[in-house]
Ligand binder design. Sequence first.
Ligand SMILES: [Ca+2]
Ligand SMILES: [Ca+2]
Ligand SMILES: [Ca+2]
Length: 404
Amino acid sequence: MRYIISFPLILFFISFQHILFASDYSHIAEKFSPIIFQEVDRGTKTLAHKPRGREDFISAVNYDGDLQANNNWENINNYPLLPVIYYSLLETSTHYFISYSIYHPRDWNRYPVFRWMKPYSEHENDMENTQVVVRKAHNEQPDKVILLLTQEHLDSDFAKQGQAIQSKGEARLFTDPILLFNATGEIDPQGTHAGIFVERKGHGIYSVNNHNKIRYKVANKRIQFLEKKRDASASLIWESFPIVQYTPAMGREIKEPAIKLVSGMAQRIENNVAYQLQDIYATFWTEFESGAPYEPWQKWKLCGDGHIFDKTFVYQDQQFLIKKVPRHFDADMSSGPGKTDAGISMFTIGLCVNPAKGDSCQIGTFFFNPANSYPKYFNFSGTWSTEYLYNPYLNSTLNHALQK
Ligand SMILES: [Ca+2]
Ligand SMILES: [Ca+2]
Ligand SMILES: [Ca+2]
């Protein structure tokens, strides 16, 4: 199966300092792309259900060949799940900010015991996001990943590496540094790829080195055993499941993982399964711009019943006014009681995605305007530019803040 890639031929950007083309940015995005440890289900002996690990494989949003998301739960057994990760890269003179978004057709996080007493969270279409902040080369120091944001459902967690970063107020920082890898998935302190863990079922993302939630063993530079602390448990219970280690394709063909899922088997790790990167701006945003909705009653292209996304939010700060940004994926009732449009879009990345927490966690802040948003929550040592060399969303025709 082929999926749609609609890169602009050339992305013109001219600054006083340099000229970069879209292909250069794709190489930068690949250089700092995450090494993903995807936990996959192997069934359980006690509940006697078959392994559902294939529902934990990463895929493209249009893995079934159409631009309709409300059939993505139903189509999962009819198409290969080819690994695609979506990225968005912004640049200032001092930093890169690169969002990476991970999609699964199903969130199948049901509560097997007493589920009638708890929220039933299963739903069609599931995206969770992660972002790295890279300090660009300076003073003979190479480019370096300094901060890792990982989204687990409604919250974002942070890990840092090699630079003094202090948290302000409610933002949290792990003391455990980011674990770095080379492009083939070997642990490498000089590597440029942050290690992340994606849980099975609900697909929340954690830094691999988040010792509060994850523990692992290493041999020959590779993680050989990996387990996660079970959520919402009165006692500490660690569970291990098969793992697919996804790594950037670097030109390799992408295929569905070949790992065998057998009920009750010991942990297996399938290393170095290639994923391909797709640019969020070129794939989605240019389509939105071509539809150019402005008034709230006008439809976004790709958004609404029968399309990819549904429901929107307003993104506004001192530099932005985008009246309609896709917030969820379009879904229908076949994916769980009461669940229709669900999943969190790539555009929501912020301190958290829980509106109940108020203005301090406005969604979208780190996706659209990280250079101005991170300093609200963190103090960074060294120089920090708030002027973008590249931010296509700032200059988008959909940003009405610049058109007053
Ligand atoms: Ca579809
Ligand atoms: Ca459906
Ligand atoms: Ca809908």
